[in-house]
Design a protein around this ligand. Structure first.
Ligand SMILES: CC(=O)N[C@H]1[C@@H](O[C@@H]2[C@H](O)[C@H](O)[C@@H](O)[C@H](O)[C@H]2O)O[C@H](CO)[C@@H](O)[C@@H]1O
Ligand SMILES: [Zn+2]
Length: 328
């Protein structure tokens, strides 16, 4: 984008500059602290370094997670139930590693609680994200969308990647929020309507996942076991991938550092990692997407290498909208 500032707008101490100061604005909606780094660490680091506004909305604090380090076992939900605030701090550290300054919890920290894995009794807690009325939760996201006014939204596929209730609900809330944010008659007190130009779902091309496991099996690693292709979220035929972003060395390092920051959830060993199930899996330096809304910015059959591709002509419209806003 030729109108990128020479230096990205610098946020005021302890905060983020106004969204209007950024010509490119990316919004990501995730279920738990750690999902953003696992799925989009390279993407977030790339756009933050390029001066775009990267806004992360995390829907829960991850209160029902397992705890890897034995010395932190007391944080667990069936012990001190103190994992949520701890993971919020892990997330802040991960965001610093990625250079992201705008991260929020949907409805405020603790508004929606981690629902546990599908079928767990925690699914039925009244404060579980899985129980949240869709338009209530989507309304909280509309407030963010109308404030930030992103051109690009990233979230999960309808299965949440792997069927976790919070991931499925995060998908639903993200898609419903994008729909409602553009409707003038939906809660006008939340701000001017905003239509998001492009929406992507996270995915992993099967050939890349299979190659990653071949690397893992061939390499030495420290994990007690190895996951399978089916354990990786969002595996799709290669042909369904419409965008791929490959890390520069700095972004690969930032992603690994961000994943390490989620110390209670992730163990990183070079180009591999494991969750609390101790099953090694590849740490991907290229992140892949399916465009599900908006015009592709590359020719038919050619993968985009930039999620903002094709939005260039939107910049002028956004600029005039900002000028109008400033004149009001
Ligand atoms: C990556 C992700 O979405 N993690 C979730 C998930 O955690 C998994 C869960 O504890 C499972 O029982 C383990 O075998 C697996 O290793 C974990 O990754 O679900 C948690 C509870 O909802 C959630 O807090 C965590 O972020
Ligand atoms: Zn998750």
């Amino acid at each position: 984008m030729t109108d990128q500032p020479a230096r990205p707008p610098q946020p005021p101490a302890g905060g983020t500059a106004s969204p209007a100061a950024f010509s490119r604005r990316l919004l990501l909606v995730h279920a738990h602290p750690d999902d953003e780094s696992i799925n989009n660490g390279v993407t977030m680091a790339k756009y933050a370094a390029e001066g775009a506004l990267v806004t992360l909305v995390t829907c829960t604090l991850g209160e029902e997670g397992e705890v890897i380090p034995p010395e932190l076992a007391a944080l667990a939900p069936d012990r001190d139930d103190a994992l949520g605030p701890y993971r919020a701090r892990e997330l802040a550290t991960a965001m610093a590693a990625l250079g992201v300054t705008d991260h929020r919890f949907l409805g405020g920290p603790g508004r929606y609680r981690d629902s546990g894995m599908m079928g767990a009794p925690q699914n039925d807690r009244p404060d579980a994200f899985w129980q949240a009325p869709l338009d209530e939760a989507a309304g909280a996201l509309v407030a963010v969308i109308r404030e930030v006014r992103p051109q690009v939204l990233v979230t999960y596929d309808p299965n949440g990647g792997y069927g976790h209730p919070d991931h499925i609900q995060a998908h639903r809330v993200a898609m419903r929020g994008a729909e409602l944010a553009g409707q003038p008659d939906f809660r006008p007190e939340l701000g001017r309507p905003h239509a998001i130009a492009k929406i992507y779902w996270n995915c992993n091309p099967r050939s890349v996942v299979e190659e990653g496991f071949a690397r893992l099996r061939a390499a030495g690693h420290s994990f007690p076991g190895v996951a399978t292709v089916d354990d990786v979220p969002g595996v799709v035929p290669d042909s369904e991938v419409t965008a791929s972003l490959t890390a520069e060395p700095a972004q690969a390092a930032a992603k690994a550092a961000a994943m390490r920051a989620h110390y209670t959830q992730i163990a990183v060993d070079g180009p591999f990692f494991a969750l609390s199930n101790d099953l090694g899996q590849p740490l991907f330096g290229t992140e892949h997407y399916r465009l599900v809304h908006g015009a592709p910015g590359a020719a038919e059959g050619v993968r985009e290498d930039d999620l903002f591709a094709g939005i260039g002509d939107m910049a002028g419209m956004e600029e005039s909208a900002r000028n109008e806003e400033a004149a009001e």
